[in-house]
Design a binder for this molecule. Sequence first.
Ligand code: ARG
Length: 264
Amino acid sequence: MKKFMKDLLATTMVFAMATSLVGCGGSTEPAADDAAATGETLIMATNAEFPPYEFYEGSDVVGIDAEIGAAIAEKLGMDFKIEDMAFDSIIPAVTSGKASFGMAGMTVTEDRLQSVDFSDSYATGVQVVIVKEGSDITSVDDLFAEGASHVVGVQTGTTGDIYATDDIEGDGFGTVERFPKGADAVLALTQGKIDCVVIDNEPAKEFVAANEGLVILDTEYAVEDYAICLAKGSELTEKINAALAELIADGTVQEIIDKYISAE
Ligand code: ARG
């Protein structure tokens, strides 16, 4: 019952949000009209398999990143469009200029900084481990314990993939199975095909709430910063940082986050 109520509430919230998103993106807004006149459209590359940051509500991509992206475009007086793609296609889309920026709960890493610039950070992410209830894995350390040999599920190209590939597969503590979507990894876990999933905490909470018999380990695998990625040297970076700073200062970013993530 409690869970049902929560789901219902979440659905209602998402609906309210989708409605307000339509409202703020309306072509009657003067800023949007100006931008349309100059033909400037901000194209956000994302991977909409990552609730509550980006996911589908009907045929619309909604979520924290979708809304912050739209708010940035509005501040800059530009039209806004979201392009959904595989997570590991986002950086290529940005470097090739097909997208203006990438926003996908994307972690700032040294490696990615070789190919893209990042905006200031707008959120913190934590890599966590999802297991089946009663699993022999009870803490993150169990993954690196002597003799450990687990099959670890991740979404392809994510930091979960990178860490698990290095720390677990690379050091002989098991193997990594890569899935196109986090939800596919979680499904494989429920089916007993893999032993755990390494993924960001907020999507982890959503996946665990949607599936019986799964738990998130208390110990954290890694703490990270989320930011927007842009082509190296892009003139947009400064503008996006300025817009982001205003949206943080006036409470818009927090409001958006609160719509999707309920305080515990
Ligand atoms: N934070 C992780 C990373 O940067 C996972 C992001 C996955 N995002 C997504 N929209 N699927 O690699």
